[in-house]
Design a protein around this ligand. Structure first.
Ligand SMILES: NC(=O)c1ccc[n+]([C@@H]2O[C@H](COP(=O)([O-])OP(=O)(O)OC[C@H]3O[C@@H](n4cnc5c(N)ncnc54)[C@H](O)[C@@H]3O)[C@@H](O)[C@H]2O)c1
Length: 423
């Protein structure tokens, strides 16, 4: 039975760890979050992801998944800790460095180290250099692809295999999505490919490590730039007094045009962060990607201004905000533009803010702290509102009949009610 040690037990690490444990691997998962480790060992997921709670329970009950705070010897080490962006938009890969240091004493010849964390170009080479320094007794893949080590007796293998999963679909996509494996030598590529073939149904492409790192960043930057185009259109349309939803709908009838939908900004920690890794690597070249990031980051502030203009009609306005998550039909709040909008509104104590988010049970701390924001159900929110702001296009909101509530001011930032309300 192959032994796996996963570093980081979040969305990616825990999903991989429990999937692998139910496929017969013996998995030891590591995290620094005490609550996460305890919860997992009790057979529960600390992450809200469809199907994950059951999978963790099966995995733990089978005896194949154990969580703890420090690594153990294994055949394969999978790094799934976050790589971050500083306030100044510089990459911070300290958690990858920390886990590299943590696993180094446990590495033995023949081990495969896989980095799944989304990382700036050059990260895998840095990991190779760190391991080389910490364990000079081991032969680590050369920075030149296909160069074989002089002796393979003490060789370890290293690969970069980025994740492409979508929260809400992680367990399906871990198995079904196509994968890229980046490596610095052929033996590492083949060893990683052999591993993924044991549970992945999608295609697996092999390439060099820098191409793989860049490809992952390009995928999320592509999304960000396209969303920014739609958002910029919405600003132009507002200025010209034209309905942006109608423009997008009509333009998309062109056979080679496919404009995305505008909204109050971009959320999730991938698309809001990964383009900065690209910008940082070539600031004078990545001008479009930089501008797109700025446009999307400014959307929550622009939305707040629009809401405040509308709220100025009322003396002590009750503003009902529909949706807090960063995407439809999910309770995922990470980097949510809706949270930023509601938090900013909460600073004005003349407002009473009612938040409707059917996918969560309590408000996040940053909104509780404002003091004038309450989580309510849809009917109560609509009943009491002076101004209704649609921030997330949850299914629950599609059939809202505003006629029933009469006389409410409405701002629909998603174009969900565009047939029945004026934007
Ligand atoms: N979530 C996604 O949908 C998604 C999709 C594609 C790629 N990714 C990438 O995968 C990586 C992991 O993302 P995630 O969503 O699982 O993050 P996450 O924040 O959900 O989980 C990361 C976990 O790592 C732990 N951790 C941090 N530092 C650690 C350390 N030094 N030692 C051990 N554990 C440590 C944290 O406590 C946390 O539990 C990131 O690079 C992310 O960009 C995520």
């Amino acid at each position: 039975m192959e032994k796996i040690c996963t570093l980081g037990l979040g969305y990616i690490g825990l999903s991989m760890a429990s999937l692998l444990a139910t496929k017969g691997f013996q998995v030891h998962g590591i995290d620094i979050n005490v609550k996460a480790v305890e919860t997992i060992n009790q057979g529960y997921s600390h992450i809200n992801e469809p199907g994950l709670n059951d999978l963790v329970r099966f995995a733990v009950q089978s005896g194949n998944l154990v969580a703890s705070f420090s690594p153990v010897p294994a055949d394969i080490f999978i790094i799934a800790v976050p790589s971050l962006i500083t306030k100044g938009h510089n990459p911070d890969i300290n958690s990858i460095k920390a886990v590299t240091h943590a696993i180094a004493p446990h590495l033995t010849p023949g081990n495969l180290v896989i980095i799944e964390s989304t990382s700036p170009v050059g990260t895998t080479e840095k990991v190779a250099r760190w391991i080389n320094k910490l364990r000079p007794d081991l032969v680590i893949p050369s920075l030149k692809m296909h160069v074989q080590p002089v002796s393979n007796k003490a060789q370890i293998f290293l690969a970069y295999c980025p994740e492409r999963v979508l929260p809400g679909q992680i367990l399906k996509e871990l198995v079904n999505s196509d994968r890229i494996i980046g490596s610095m030598d052929k033996p590492s590529a083949l060893k990683a490919q052999m591993f993924y073939k044991k549970f992945v149904r999608g295609g697996i492409s092999l390439t060099d490590v820098r191409t793989a790192e860049l490809t992952k960043l390009v995928e999320n930057s592509f999304r960000d730039v396209n969303i920014a185009f739609a958002n910029e259109l919405s600003l132009i349309c507002k200025k010209l007094g034209i309905n942006v939803w109608e423009v997008v709908e009509l333009a998309n009838r062109h056979p080679r045009v496919n404009i995305l939908q505008p909204g109050p900004g971009v959320g999730g920690h991938c698309i809001t962060r990964d383009p900065w890794f690209l910008v940082n690597s070539a600031p004078d070249k990545a001008r479009l990607i930089y501008t797109a990031r700025m446009i999307n980051d400014n959307m929550p502030g622009y939305t707040v201004n629009r809401i405040m203009e509308m709220a100025a009609r009322f003396k002590h306005p009750v503003i009902t905000c529909l949706g807090l998550s960063y995407k439809a039909d999910s309770g995922e709040l990470r980097e949510s533009p809706a949270i930023k909008v509601v938090q900013q509104l909460g600073k004005d104590t003349t407002y009473q803010i009612l938040a409707v988010e059917p996918h969560i049970k309590t408000l996040p701390d940053e909104l509780i702290k404002c003091g004038n924001i309450k989580l309510v159900d849809l009917a109560a929110g609509l009943e009491q509102a002076d101004l209704v702001v649609l921030l997330v296009n949850h299914h629950d909101f599609i059939n809202v009949d505003l006629e029933m509530y009469g006389g409410k001011a409405v701002l629909d930032t998603r174009g969900m009610w565009r047939k029945t309300t004026k934007i």
